[in-house]
Structures are given as C-alpha cells and as structure tokens.
Write a protein that binds this ligand. Structure first.
Ligand code: F6R
Length: 613
C-alpha cells in the first residue's frame, strides 16, 4: 500500500520528506512525489520511475531546497490508475491551493468524480484520491477553514483513508485524518509530523500518537490538536515505540512473513472494497468484458504457477457451483506446451501475484493467439500481464516482501470468488439473494481471519510437538484439497521438510503404502460436503501408525478419536472456508521453520518472482 509522510515547522522539510520516503521504500512502490506549501504557491514534483523514484525525486527537487518548512510526500503502490506521473501523489485541486497525499481506497470515487466534473471541476488523474482535493476545494470556496473542509469531505466519502492535506491559505497547517488505514502523528518542540508508518519519522520523533478512525489532527510547528469527527476534543494515547527502524519496517513483527500473515484480514477486505454496488451488483471496474462477452462463455481456463495455481484450484469449485460453467485449471508451464482447445468463447484467467511470472505470461499470450478472451488477477498494477490482458482484476493485498506467498494468495481466492459471483449474476445462475449471502460471507472473513490469526500460539504448540518429524502429508477433499496443496507447498518452501498434498480419497490408490509410524498427516476436515469421507481417510492413516493433525471447525467433535493434535478454526461457508483454513497451515509451516532456525523471508533457492523458464 502507499506510504505517506508530512512535516511542518522544519527548515529542512524537504530533506525530512525525502528521508522518510526512503524509509518507506522497502514496502515496494511504483512512483513518488512531494509538495511544499507557502502562502504564494504549492510546489509539487512527482516521479514515476519504479523503485528508483525516490532517488530521482531527490535530484529533481534540489531547486526546491529551503523553499518551505511545510510539506507532504508519498510513495505510491497503484490501485486505481496506472503507475504514471500524473497519477502519483500529491494531488491538487483545480486552483492549485490544496495539496494532499492519501493511502487507502475511496470506494465511491466514481460517483463523486462524475458529480465534480458535472460541476465544472477538472480531474487531472485516474486515481480515486483526487476527488478528495476537489471536495476540499469546494469546502474552502464555501468559506470553511481547511479543517472544516476536510471534515465535510470525509463525511461524504466511503472507504479507507489516511491523508495529509495542506493549503496556501494557512501554510503552516497540515490536517491529517484516517479511517481504517493507519496514520500516526507526532510533535517536537518546533515541528509536527504525520506518517502512515512509524519508520518514516522514527529518527525525528518518538513522541507519537496513533489516530483513531475519523479523528482529525491539526499539525502546526510544535503542536498537534486532535478532535473527533464532530470537532470535539479527542482522547489520544501516546505510542510507546521501542523499535529501531528495521523492527518498525516489519511493524514490530520478527519477520515480514508474520507481518504479511497479520495483514491478511485487511488484504481480503480491501480486495472486496467498492466491488458491490448499492444495488447488490458485483462490479469489477477494469474487467473490460461486456455482459454479452461473459454470457457467451462456454468455459473458463485458469493458468498459474505455485500458490497462485492453488488459488485457481479453489476458484474452480466456486465457478462451477455458482456460475455453472466448466473450469479447467492448468499449471502455466504445462498449458503453453499442450495444444489447448480455445476460441473466443473461452475465458482464460491468469493468476499471478507479481504479474511477471514468465510461464503464466507466456500461457496468456498463447491463449490470446488462439482467440480466447484473457484476464489476469494480479497484485501489481500495470504488471506485464495486466498490460497485455483484455481485462484485469486487481487484488489489493499491498506489496508482499516475504518470498513465500501468504496474503496475496488469500486475496487471489477472494478476487476469483468475486469474479465467479459476477459471472453468476451475468449468467443468471444465482438469485440476487444467493449472491448477497456469498458476498456477505466473504466480507465476514475479515473477522474470521483475525480470530484465526489470534490462535497462532495453539499452532506453535502443535509445531513444537512435531519438531522431529521429517515427512508430512497434507490431505483435503473438495475445496480442502487445494488448501492441503498450499499447506504442503508452504512447509516445503520455508522449512525444507518433505511434504506432499493429496486429495484424501486418492490415498488408497498408492500413497497409503508409504504411511508408517513417524509420518505426519495434516488433514483439513473443516465442514464441506465430504467431511465424513475425509474422516474415514484419516482413520485409514491413523491405523497405519501416522501422527494425525486434524484441522477442524470450532465445536466439531466428530474427529475427536483419531487426532493426535487438533487445530481449531472458526466456521465459515464451505466455498469461503479455504481462505481461512490456509492460515493455520501457513502458521504450522512458519513455526516449524522458525523452530529449525531458518530465515522464513528468504528461503534458499527461491526467488519472489520467477522470470525465467
Ligand atoms: C509460493 C510462491 C510461489 C508463487 C509462484 C507464482 O509461496 O510464492 O509458488 O506463487 O512463483 O508467482 P506469481 O503469483 O507471482 O505468478
């Protein structure tokens, strides 16, 4: 996600902004910008130069040194609009009197932009953010001061935001506010600071406050005043920050993998944001396929690698049940060397966190040459796949730094299930009410995931009991089967232990021969239509001496007699279940790897993005 910083009351404001942006670079970004304000003007410089943007910005802003003691800065990870200079922050209003930086997603930006354009505003970018600058402009034109104009703007926007706003009318003031997206403010005797992340300002002040939802902070040199949405004084709690910069970059977690696992509720929720209209219709803005195109489809083919392939396997169950359309899921490196049967009635869905994996990219190219419609589910805006596909469905998990995919996989499944619901609506295979039930269940996952994550210590205890095991089988059935595959892959990747994922019913066709004492079987038996059959498969391995770890939903005692260890997860509907069942399997892999003293963020022999065949 984007990073923001602001400072007022510092002679070297520009350096502070640039240093802070450098501290935010580790998160990954595609463009960056700063704006400095004085009574006369706002000076703004924006650069879209990928991960070199802050360095290029430093050179490009040299002429602005000493120009002002108040400014804001931003590193952008595109969600709405291409990663170009004109979409980079800060954004300005029509008059150039207001500048702002924003992190988050404004869900109703399209309707607000239409209204603003109709009223004569010129919107200069494709972002969801820019509407905020124009709404604040309208407040100032009504005679409101900046703080009031920010408050009246926030009253009409839906979604998530952390923002910093300044105006030439009051050049020592920065107004900051947040809803859902985090924001901290801080002061020294002479300056005021804001930032989306602690590392950005940690070397300037440790006198920090984390704003609560809808609080508004007025930052001036040496002071911060925090009020609630109604303008009444708000109670704030100082942050006790003992971290150094490196620890702060990981959000205080010991490694990026645990931080990214903790980000999962937000990744899922952000991927859903703004994608169901008030009329209940699922809307995917950049899909670029007409209802006629979608209604004409005769099959869906998912192509992907690794964890993204597993997300595709989960989605197969959702597409077939909800949209009643045949689905093939293929490993991208195999698909392109087959001679797949495709035409304009086939929808090929590439699934790729990076959008750059060469096997998936080539598979999608192959499909286009054969005349199929091609869309991609990607976490990186304007990735190679996104640029080449007919349509895009972006996941909004934010940058993922750990090599092992975690939050992006959950976001991929969420996005694919969203696409399946969209297709079901277009094809008329589900009623309005049925779609609402499934979508609401996806929304409910935010809380379910938070609860699942909170049980990490229980999984750590299981991992410690298994610390000498070297052979693991992960079993699942129905949508629990790809869950099992993902559990096995995570374990292999970060703990270097031998692990295989299998459909439970397939065991007796061969693998049962290798089950013996010492072998660990992790069985996903969380609801679903085949739970009973899954438990019989578990009984088969137990009677051959395997150590059984059973993943079951709260309150389910059906498997009590067979398990050596039980991992409990909250209940969910069966199609959404994999999104939370994958979590304890990530945790199991994590705790086993940490127990072996391994670097979970940088497993041996692996790269985050595989751009070679
Ligand atoms: C597993 C993992 C890999 C990727 C695979 C595809 O944890 O990270 O298996 O899922 O390399 O990468 P993307 O999704 O970028 O195409």
């Amino acid at each position: 996600m984007c990073g923001i910083i602001g400072v007022t009351g510092a002679a070297d404001a520009l350096d502070i902004l640039l240093d802070g942006l450098e501290r935010l670079e580790y998160r990954g970004y595609d463009s960056a910008g700063v704006a400095l304000v004085s009574a006369e003007a706002i000076d703004r410089v924006r650069i879209a130069d990928g991960t070199h943007s802050v360095a290029t910005l430093r050179t490009a802003t040299e002429p602005l040194a000493g120009r002002s003691s108040t400014g804001v800065g931003h590193t952008r990870w595109a969600t709405h609009g291409h990663p170009t200079e004109h979409n980079a922050h800060p954004h300005l209003d029509c008059s150039g009197r207001v500048a702002l930086v924003h992190n988050g997603i404004i869900e109703n930006h399209l309707e607000l932009a239409m209204r603003l354009s109709a009223d004569g505003h010129t919107l200069a970018s494709d972002t969801d953010t820019e509407v905020l600058a124009h709404l604040i402009e309208e407040g100032l034109a009504r005679g409101e001061d900046l703080t009031t104009a920010v408050r009246s703007t926030l009253a009409v926007v839906r979604g998530a935001f952390a923002l910093g706003v300044m105006t030439t009318d009051d050049p020592e003031l920065i107004v900051a506010s947040r809803r859902i997206s985090p924001l901290i403010v801080g002061v020294t005797d002479t300056a005021g600071y804001l930032a989306s992340d602690i590392p950005a300002v940690l070397d300037r002040t440790r006198n920090l406050i984390a704003l609560e939802d809808d609080q508004v902070a007025e930052l001036r040199p040496g002071s911060v005043v925090v009020t609630d949405a109604a303008g009444a004084p708000a109670t704030t709690t100082p942050l006790n920050v003992e971290w150094d910069v490196e620890a702060a970059q990981k959000g205080g977690f010991p490694d990026f993998m645990s931080k990214e696992m903790a980000d999962q509720p937000a990744a899922v929720l952000d991927t859903l944001r703004g994608r169901r209209g008030p009329d209940g219709v699922i809307a995917i803005d950049q899909l670029d396929l007409s209802h006629d195109d979608l209604a004409r489809l005769t099959k869906v083919v998912v192509v992907a690698c690794g964890s993204s392939f597993h997300a595709g396997l989960v989605a197969k169950y959702a597409f077939e049940r909800w949209a009643r359309i045949p689905v093939e899921v293929d490993i991208a490196s195999e698909f392109r060397y087959r001679d797949p049967v495709l035409d304009a009635t086939a929808l090929v869905v590439g699934v790729s966190q990076s959008g750059e994996t060469v096997d998936t990219l080539q598979a999608m190219r192959h499909a286009r040459e054969d005349g199929a419609r091609v869309v991609v589910v990607s976490n990186v805006v304007d990735s190679s796949m996104a640029r080449e596909a007919d349509g895009v469905l972006y996941t909004r998990a934010g940058p993922e730094i750990g090599v092992a995919a975690t939050k992006t996989v959950l976001a991929q499944i969420t996005a694919l299930e969203l696409l399946a619901l969209h297709l079901a609506q277009v094809r008329g295979t589900m009623t309005h009410e049925q779609v609402a039930v499934e979508f609401d269940e996806l929304l409910r996952l935010e809380g379910v995931l938070a609860e699942t994550l909170a049980r990490s210590d229980d999984v750590a205890a299981v991992a410690s009991g298994l610390s000498h095991a070297t052979d693991f089988f992960f079993l699942g059935r129905h949508a629990g089967y790809p869950t099992a595959l993902e559990g096995a892959l995570k374990l292999k990747e970060i703990s270097y232990l031998h692990a295989e994922g299998y459909p439970g019913g397939e065991l007796k066709h061969g693998p049962l021969a290798v089950i013996e004492p010492g072998c660990v079987v992790v069985a996903v038996a969380t609801g679903g239509p085949l739970k009973e059959k899954m438990l019989s498969n578990v009984a088969e391995v137990k009677s051959r001496g395997a150590t059984v770890v059973l993943v079951v939903e709260d309150g389910d005692e059906d498997g009590a007699g067979v398990a050596d260890y039980t991992i409990r997860v909250p209940a969910a509907r069966d199609m959404q279940s994999p999104i939370k069942d994958i979590v304890p399997l990530q945790q199991l892999a994590y705790h086993l790897a940490v127990g072996r003293g391994l670097d979970v963020d940088r497993p041996r022999n692996l790269a985050k993005t595989v751009t070679v065949e």
